[in-house]
Design a protein around this ligand. Structure first.
Ligand code: SF4
Length: 324
């Protein structure tokens, strides 16, 4: 019988080693990796190509977003709900077992490597939450963990799996040498939810009732300033961001720029009243090349309407207080 395992594959060294340990037993491996607005499949795709691993990329934006608003096990240091996120990924991978004709799921997790998500208890919790407890193998720490069903049944040989634990990387380096693995990306995965600035913006967004994919994508561009409970503005920091802001403005948004002076594009998502528009234009002037406190001509676009007005550049210190 052909045994097949599904690898939860990030492209980091630990997930590559986990694949190598399972493949060593002549078990077929298919990788799955995930995409959301917070992380991409880039590293996984590259690493999968290097090790000739068939890889399925699954967009879990909707499920991830709904989990992210109220994670059962809370957030880590920033807005990273790692326990719930791992459980969701394991569930998604487990759901693919039938369609792929696979027998188990495995990951590159290492017991004790991360304080929140890789304690013995967390590993147990995420497996249970996923609904596939007993079918999830952690090849790098398997000998230190409870025996899983495939190990009990002998479809996976527990004795050839590893017993790594803790934060050190020595054992992984040795295994990498043993398997002839030379290239791999950094283990820190590039998840925006662990970034303090992004996390602050996301928290502000959730607090003020925003949660669309567009709202979240906009968090990645420019400076964000909260002008009121209802209105937040986004200010471009360079030409690329100004273009991205202009390109992302839809008919309900207001776009503000200063006439005749180099400066940012400012987006007011979902429009605003006149007072807020003037405040936004003053901020726009503050981040332009206009002299401090100068009065300039601002131009606003709202749908097909365009109009201009005079505005005094905002005070830099007061503006800084509005930054999210
Ligand atoms: S770091 Fe990000 S992607 Fe990784 S488990 Fe935590 S929330 Fe999920």
């Amino acid at each position: 019988m052909n045994i097949k395992g599904i690898s939860l594959f990030s492209g980091g060294l630990d997930s590559i080693l986990a694949v190598s340990l399972i493949r060593k037993q002549n078990i077929d491996v298919i990788g799955v990796t995930f995409e959301t607005p917070f992380f991409t499949a880039g590293s996984a795709l590259k690493a999968a190509k290097d090790i000739e691993l068939p890889l399925r990329v699954i967009d879990i934006t909707e499920a991830h977003l709904s989990m992210l608003k109220a994670p059962v096990y809370g957030y880590g240091r920033n807005m990273n709900p790692c326990i719930d996120c791992h459980a969701l990924m394991l569930k998604e991978a487990g759901d693919r077992m039938n369609e792929e004709g696979a027998d188990f799921v495995f990951t590159g997790e290492v017991l004790g490597q991360r304080p929140m998500s890789q304690t013995r208890q967390s590993l147990h919790i995420v497996a249970k939450l996923s609904g596939y407890e007993g079918l999830i193998i952690r090849p790098l720490s398997a000998k230190l963990l409870e025996e899983t069903i495939p190990e009990k049944e002998g479809t996976v040989d527990r004795l050839t799996l590893a017993d790594i634990q803790g934060r050190g990387r020595k054992r992984q380096m040795e295994l990498a040498r043993e398997f002839g693995i030379k290239e791999y990306s950094s283990p820190a995965g590039g998840c925006l939810l662990t970034d303090p600035v992004f996390a602050r913006r996301l928290k502000d967004l959730f607090t003020h009732g925003g949660d669309s994919v567009r709202d979240i994508k906009l968090l990645k561009i420019g400076r964000h300033l909260r002008l009121s409970d209802k209105t937040k503005i986004i200010v471009g920091r360079n030409r690329d961001e100004n273009e991205a802001i202009e390109g992302s403005a839809d008919s309900g948004d207001v776009l503000v720029q200063i006439q005749g002076i180099p400066g940012p594009a400012v987006l007011i998502p979902s429009g605003c009243d006149t007072e807020t528009l003037h405040k936004s234009a003053a901020v726009c002037a503050r981040y332009s090349d206009a002299p401090k406190g100068a009065t300039v001509t601002a131009m606003a676009k709202w749908g097909s309407e365009t109009w201009t007005f005079e505005i005094k550049s905002a005070d830099p210190e007061k503006t800084a207080e509005l930054l999210i």
